[in-house]
Design a binder for this molecule. Sequence first.
Ligand SMILES: *Cc1c(COP(=O)(O)O)cnc(C)c1O
Length: 254
Amino acid sequence: MAEHLSERTRLLWLESPTNPLLGLVDIAALSALAHQHGVKVAVDNTFATPYLQTPLDLGADIVVHSATKYLGGHSDVLLGLVAVSDDELFKAIKFIQNSAGAVPGPQDCFLTLRGIKTLHLRMERHCDNAEKVAAFLAAHPQVEKVFFPGLPEHPGHDVARRQMRRFGGIVSIWLKDNTRAAADRFASRLQLFALAESLGGVESLINHSYTMSHGSMPPKEKARLGIREGGLRLSVGVEDIDDILADLAQALQA
Ligand SMILES: *Cc1c(COP(=O)(O)O)cnc(C)c1O
């Protein structure tokens, strides 16, 4: 990591867990290293939410969220936020917000504030359901690989245990049949999961990252990152877990 920092580096931008394959980054270790080089650290905390992970406590300087996701929680608002714990940084960012005019509307603020009131309840349920979905899919013969930080074999499992309260509600998979047709068949057969680019709503959502959220990424880059034609990202909702598992089981039937 240190070899990527030069005297020209001003900001280290981190995301943990990452979209869509749930990579983990050791926020405390990288923050300490960046600070040794006089570099500030920003963390995209969208997947974890402030309920599961608080990067400012781990040494980060700036936290950003897509409040469109879990904070709003109901797939009905587009909003983002920046959090800092330093007054100087706050004033600098506030100045940019004010002069650039990135001011949210009152209805968006209302919906987000209302969503945040149940964040802790929703996140516990998202985490409960995602753990069961990950275990179910990991044992399924049609699934090649499951990406979920809660699985002991996940390469970031130990880091996740250290810096997160629980493992979140997103589960990604590679189907054994690595084709767009197989991904399409699975996604279209699902009754409960809506096909969507977004995530973090109370309802279960499924995303074909290869053609949707990461559609504009060059194929070579997708191959490098493991974003495959037969890969899907599930945002596990707060529905009854038996309904979710039954839906996945029928959609995966040969
Ligand atoms: C959705 C998302 C964004 C972008 O947020 P918008 O609210 O859609 O602008 C940024 N980072 C992550 C990790 C996201 O999931």
